[in-house]
Design a protein around this ligand. Structure first.
Ligand SMILES: Cc1cc2nc3c(=O)[nH]c(=O)nc-3n(C[C@H](O)[C@H](O)[C@H](O)COP(=O)(O)O)c2cc1C
Length: 476
């Protein structure tokens, strides 16, 4: 499956999952509509056109993968799967992708739709693009929320693609906020250590799969290859003329420039994924824009964070869950049924379901899950449940928590774990963002598992019989 954003839109429209909205204001209206729509799992993708103060045809797409149907299209998975089935299918796919990654390295081409319009010098004007001000207290218009920021390690040539928020300062300057340790941050820091500007190329509109991969902690240098492997067709890239960085040939919008060393501009506040303006205003790096490429009638992909459920919370839960099943299995945790990086818990509640095989299995799973590369930063609670509990069903999880755990012996606290400047529970001012973790064993106690009281269950035969007899009458 080789597909650009426009082919993705066609597929989604055929499923009746796309709505066009005309006349919205970039100033809060677009963000408000996106957030209201994202609360509804059945809500469509929204394609905004005739945006106030902007040229007709310069569009914004939001809620790209906030329904199971659209996420399945994005991830190249079959339709009609439950959340747990989708996680399992993606997990199996990730195993295959890892084995075949080399087969899907990028292919460099000479031209592509992204070269339809090229603007440099005085023609560079980022404000021409319809970047929204998403939330009431945002410090500006954020052009980068579902972006793919391409950077290179100057030492070994590794190419990274990551999603980092980007606030427009003026027509030639865009803020770039990296959390320390992010791969884009590490690449830029290496240039800055030599007092050199760091080249960057940012795609602001692309197939949603590139966003799904760029915004999750895939191994550094592997993002383009994972996109290729997941869709089973390598990503076509063009070697960008100024920076030499590989940009997607079918991207809608690419901005290129340099991040100067030792220079910062105030950035924020921004409505962040925990549901607060946690990190406020602080100095952040920025890009001096040298060139803008865009397709005719370009589409900017947007994904404003908010109280969950928000634009990207569902896809992050699903992709992170599958990656964690894969990672923990590789670390030697057997018999995982599934993992939920809880959407309602703003990713700070992680649930794993296992078939307990040996004494301590549950604790091992919990500790590794709490300190995994995908969950270590700003996690909060980890719950382990037995395999009869669907980890993606929060009602079942809470029932297990309340009936199979005893706080006095089943909760352990890990102190001084890594958090971040987005964590609302850390009191400012501080430079040290630690938090603690509660790991909760909500499995039936291993040593008397077989003596645990019998659960009330309805047999499948009885259920079938009564549904046949009374189902239509009672709407069952
Ligand atoms: C909508 C959205 C906005 C994000 N903004 C930022 C950001 O501003 N800074 C950051 O460091 N990470 C941000 N992230 C998280 C990163 O995209 C994620 O950690 C990713 O793995 C980073 O790529 P890397 O692992 O290649 O560094 C954001 C994620 C999403 C979904």
């Amino acid at each position: 499956m080789e597909a650009d954003l426009r082919m993705w839109l066609k597929q989604v429209e055929e499923l009746g999952q796309l709505k066009r909205v005309e006349g919205a204001d970039w100033n809060l209206e677009l963000g408000c509509l996106t957030n209201l729509n994202a609360k509804n799992r059945k809500g469509p993708a929204l394609l905004f056109d005739k945006i106030k103060d902007h040229k007709e045809g310069f569009r914004v797409l939001t809620c790209s993968s906030s329904s199971p149907e659209r996420l399945s299209i994005t991830l190249n998975l079959p339709q009609g799967l439950s959340d747990l089935e989708m996680q399992k299918a993606l997990w199996q796919k990730l195993i295959k992708c890892e084995e075949e990654l080399d087969k899907y390295s990028t292919v460099t081409v000479k031209s592509g739709p992204i070269l339809e319009n090229i603007k440099s010098g005085d023609d560079v004007d980022v404000l021409e693009l319809p970047a929204p001000k998403w939330h009431a207290l945002d410090g500006g218009r954020f052009i980068g929320t579902a972006d793919a920021v391409v950077t290179q390690d100057p030492d070994n040539g590794e190419i990274n693609v990551g999603t980092y928020r980007m606030m427009v300062h003026d027509k030639k300057t865009i803020g770039l906020f990296f959390a320390p340790g992010q791969h884009g941050f590490l690449h830029c820091s290496k240039y800055h250590a030599k007092n050199e500007p760091a080249p960057v190329a940012i795609s602001y509109g692309h197939h949603p799969l590139l966003f799904s991969v760029a915004c999750i902690e895939f191994p550094p240098g592997s993002e383009y290859d994972y996109v290729g492997a997941l869709r089973e067709a390598p990503v076509k890239v063009i070697k960008e003329e100024l920076t030499g960085l590989p940009i997607p040939a079918d991207s809608e919008i690419v901005v290129v420039g340099y991040v100067p060393p030792n220079k910062f501009k105030d950035e924020g506040p921004f409505g962040e994924w925990p549901g607060y303006y946690g990190s406020g205003i602080r100095p952040a790096r920025y890009v001096e824009v040298k060139r803008i490429y865009h397709r005719n009638n370009p589409i900017l992909l947007g994904s404003p964070p908010n109280h969950p459920p928000s634009d990207a919370s569902y896809q992050k839960e699903m992709v992170r869950g599958a990656l964690l099943c894969h990672d923990l299995t590789k670390m030697g945790v057997p018999d995982i049924r599934g993992v939920q990086v809880s959407e309602v818990g703003a990713r700070q509640l992680v649930v794993i379901s296992i078939k307990q095989r040996y004494a301590g299995h549950a604790k091992q799973a919990a500790i590794l899950l709490s300190q995994n590369r995908l969950t270590a930063v700003q996690g909060r609670y980890v719950i382990v449940v037995d395999e009869d509990i669907d980890p993606t069903n929060i009602q079942e999880v809470l029932w297990a928590l309340c009936t199979r755990s005893d706080p006095e012996k089943d909760i352990d606290i890990i102190r001084r774990a890594p958090s971040s400047s987005l964590d609302p529970i850390i009191r400012r001012p501080t430079d040290h963002f630690f938090n603690s973790r509660a790991i909760i064993d909500a499995c039936k106690p291993y040593e008397w598992f077989n003596e645990f009281p019998q659960e009330i269950k309805i047999s499948p035969e009885l259920e079938k019989r009564v549904k046949e007899k009374f189902g239509s009458q009672l709407g069952l």
